[in-house]
Ligand binder design. Structure first.
Ligand code: MG
Length: 154
């Protein structure tokens, strides 16, 4: 696909929102990406303390308190990684922040099911909105393996 860069959400995308430390799966995934020459950065709306704790053990750069879906930190991340929107993928578990924000920056977005079905309080409202959006989208998207996947053109 010609993609060189991955921006990824943290909570409920890489790790359950209430899990404190990076898992072996995450560390292995980052190692594999690094070996493949793919640049990665964690883009999280959570606190510096939370994100730093996970990112440190993986040596992956991160931006915390990113305020997704606002564009500022998406742009900052791409600038730091020296990447263009065309070559970048955004991965996340929330439409309202990760996917909407990524699409607005013309990134290729991948919407994943949350690691853990329960959520922090702030996320519950977003989930409610998400269900409404997904209901409408489900008519024009392909379902596969229980996931719904779409990009900015759908
Ligand atoms: Mg998340």
């Amino acid at each position: 696909m010609g993609k060189t860069t991955i921006l990824t959400d943290l909570d409920n995308t890489l790790l359950a929102w209430d899990e404190m430390d990076a898992t072996h799966e995450i560390i292995n995934w980052f190692t594999l990406l690094e070996a493949s020459g793919i640049k990665v950065m964690i883009l999280s709306n959570n606190s510096v303390d939370r994100v730093e704790r996970v990112a440190k053990s993986t040596r992956i750069p991160f931006l915390a308190k990113a305020r997704k879906p606002l564009g500022k930190n998406f742009k900052k991340a791409l600038k730091e990684l020296d990447s263009t929107p065309e070559e970048t993928i955004m991965i996340g578990d929330q439409i309202m922040t990760d996917i909407f924000g990524g699409n607005r920056q013309n990134l290729y977005t991948i919407f994943v099911r949350p690691v853990k079905e329960t959520d922090g309080l702030a996320t519950k409202f977003n989930r409610f909105m998400e269900r409404i959006i997904l209901k409408r989208l489900s008519k024009k998207t392909k379902k596969w393996n229980g996931r719904i996947r779409f990009d900015r053109n759908t």
